[in-house]
Design a protein around this ligand. Structure first.
Ligand SMILES: [Cu+2]
Length: 125
């Protein structure tokens, strides 16, 4: 029983530390204490396609795109019809990367400005 109380106290302290800083999604509940604070996910660009075209992540995830093509692609937020300038990465050639951290839930569309048929989405839960 003492051990349980100590654990609860420890979690309470963690909660206070989390609140003293800017609010962080996922710290409100003790259930998330063990989770990785900066989880990552990746999208590969290959033969003019984003893979996966739809990626689902939790809020706070840093997504990294890696270009496997030998030409320039961009990671531009929005759609060709209505870019929203949330992010805009340029991947010059093979091996270059771009990262963006999604902090708010929602569905984020992006595309390549050089090849408008290249489109992808990040769904943040
Ligand atoms: Cu492209």
């Amino acid at each position: 029983m003492k051990r349980i109380m100590a654990t609860l106290g420890f979690l309470a302290v963690l909660g206070l530390v989390g609140l003293s800083d800017k609010p962080v999604v996922g710290i409100a509940s003790g259930d998330n204490v063990e989770s990785n604070p900066t989880p990552g996910a990746s999208v590969t660009i290959q033969t003019f396609q984003f893979r996966p075209a739809l990626l689902e992540v939790k809020a706070g995830t840093r997504v990294t795109w890696t270009n496997q093509d030998d030409i320039l692609h961009t990671i531009t937020s929005g759609t060709p019809e209505s870019p929203d300038s949330r992010f805009n990465g340029r991947l010059q050639g093979k091996g270059s990367t771009f990262s963006f951290t999604f902090t708010q839930a929602g569905t984020y569309s992006y595309f390549c400005t050089r090849h408008n048929s290249m489109r992808g989405q990040i769904r943040v839960n």
